[in-house]
Design a protein around this ligand. Structure first.
Ligand code: 1PR
Length: 478
């Protein structure tokens, strides 16, 4: 849609100039940028959709709705959307030209209906349906119904079992092997279902996004991992909400010696149907390198001043090629218990004092790689700030201590990270009830929450989570 406009502050070249209005970055003083998630497009005319519907947006730049400065452009405006205290153009239409800022192909059933309506109106050259004006031009509204909704994400950790089949598994604090006493299952990789059929099931159940993590990817070259690619392709054929793929997004070498860049690996996943890639271990190494290349850079504090980036890192290269919104960094932190009264290390300002069953304990959060197998000399806030600087568009925050426990999300960890960055944050690990989602949205301000175990075992349904959130006036997509 944006190429139809005059100029963009994102690129140094002009657009086609068909719609005389600039494309600019969102303000991020009052909200996370990129704008990721389901938001309402309010139509001004009835020919494509006649009421406000929720569609999936993912972008940092937009054409702001400003009819007094750009009267010619306003003749194209077909719907508008409010994000924070900004209104932007979410659909443009004239004759048979129709363009959307959101992704209809990722907006579930309502998105497919938009495509159908447009195809139908295009059959007649777009001239048949004389648009009926629905409403007066939009004005800023403090209404929460027009705010970006909170996302509920179903996550599938995928790996090969001992028979070589790809299965959805789920660990207890990252240990995915059965502890059962039964001789037949003891020590086997826990099998909770097939990834493609579970993905279709979660799409039907109303998940706002799906995440597939190849949790044993460090064992082989990702592009040799054809079964995982086949899973992504098959899931993308039936799932019309965004798919994030993680695991093994890094520079690698095939068994025949061919070198593959992370950008190439990501490209293969995007073409297979992924919308975002999630980077774990490589993100930690990239921030370690950032610190090594910038003596004097202190990521335990807010970044100020000019620092040298790293164009070769997986984060930067994929962000440059596909946009920051396509790059998620998955963080796997673990608590490091310390004695606060004597602690004299670099993470003094990040020390959390436990409450409730953790009362009396203090800790900081350390980053790990290879699915928690190795701890690295980096705290979560250092990682969060570093990857935001390198170009990540979203953070997926796991917690090894809470993972699979059902004790609720780690609210201290999420508050710490939310306070360190401006990009959206997804809470992960520990969900045990619908109430835990209410708690995490109310207490930490995260944009999305993810769960695995409770959904796989059928203990809590996505619909139950959303009803509970609505009961607490937390805006979600129906
Ligand atoms: O390092 O770039 O190859 O990425 C590997 C990815 O695999 C990382 O995103 C890492 O978090 C993930 N991973 C590696 N090992 C495991 C494991 O479990 N053994 N899974 C693992 C981590 C995190 C969530 C999980 C939630 C919710 N899983 O996806 O599903 O914590 O669980 P819950 O709701 O049941 O508590 P790289």
């Amino acid at each position: 849609m944006q190429i139809l406009f005059q100029t963009s502050t994102e690129a140094s070249c002009d657009g086609l100039g068909i719609i005389p209005c600039p494309v600019e970055r969102f303000e991020d003083a009052d909200k996370a940028v990129p704008h990721i998630g389901w938001n309402a497009a309010d139509p001004l005319y009835s020919d494509i959709h006649s009421r406000s519907e929720y569609y999936y947006f993912v972008h940092s730049y937009c054409a702001k709705y400003n009819p007094s400065s750009y009267p010619e452009a306003s003749k194209w405006v077909h719907s508008t959307t409010q994000y924070g205290q900004e209104i932007f153009i979410s659909e443009v239409k004239k004759g048979n030209v129709f363009a959307t800022q959101y992704h209809p192909e990722k907006s579930g059933g309502v998105g497919l209906e938009v495509l159908q309506s447009w195809l139908h109106s295009s059959d007649s050259g777009g001239l048949k349906d004389v648009p009926v004006q629905l409403s007066s031009p939009p004005s800023l509204s403090p209404k929460t119904t027009h705010a970006l909704t909170r996302r509920i994400i179903a996550c599938m950790d995928v790996r090969a079992n001992d028979q070589g089949d790809l299965v959805v598994t789920k660990g207890d604090q990252y240990d995915v092997r059965e502890k059962s006493e039964a001789v037949s299952t003891a020590g086997a990789v826990r099998n909770l279902g097939k990834p493609v059929s579970l993905a279709a099931q979660y799409y039907d159940a109303g998940a706002d996004e799906l995440c597939l993590l190849n949790i044993a990817s460090f064992r082989q070259s990702p592009l040799q991992d054809q079964p995982m690619l086949a899973v992504v392709r098959a899931a993308a054929e039936t799932v019309f909400v965004p798919l994030t793929i993680g695991g093994g997004i890094k520079d690698s070498v095939d068994p025949d010696g061919t070198k593959r860049t992370a950008l190439e690996v990501a490209g293969v996943y995007f073409r297979a149907g992924a919308d975002k890639v999630s980077i774990g271990s490589e993100a930690v190494y990239a921030v370690e390198k950032l610190l090594a290349n910038n003596p004097g850079l202190d990521l335990t504090r807010k970044m100020e001043g000019k620092w040298k980036g790293d164009d070769s890192s997986a984060i930067s290269s994929i962000s440059r090629g596909y946009g920051a919104q396509a790059v998620v960094v998955s963080i796997d932190p673990r608590r490091v218990i310390v004695d606060k009264s004597t602690y004299d290390g670099p993470y003094k300002d990040e020390i959390v004092e436990g409450k409730g069953s953790d009362a009396g304990k203090s800790w900081w959060y350390q980053c790990t790689v290879s699915g928690g197998r190795e701890s690295r000399p980096l705290s979560v806030t250092q990682l969060a700030r570093g990857v935001e600087f390198l170009g990540a568009g979203e953070l997926l925050v796991n917690s090894i201590d809470r993972d699979g426990t059902g004790r609720g999300f780690d609210l201290d960890l999420l508050t710490l990270i939310k306070g360190a960055v401006r990009i959206p944050v997804v809470a992960s690990s520990g969900a045990g009830s619908a109430e835990h989602f209410v708690e995490v949205f109310q207490q930490t301000g995260v944009e999305a929450a993810l769960a695995a175990g409770i959904f796989h075992r059928g203990e809590v349904k996505i619909a139950d989570v959303k009803s509970q959130l609505r009961r607490h006036d937390i805006s979600v997509r129906t």
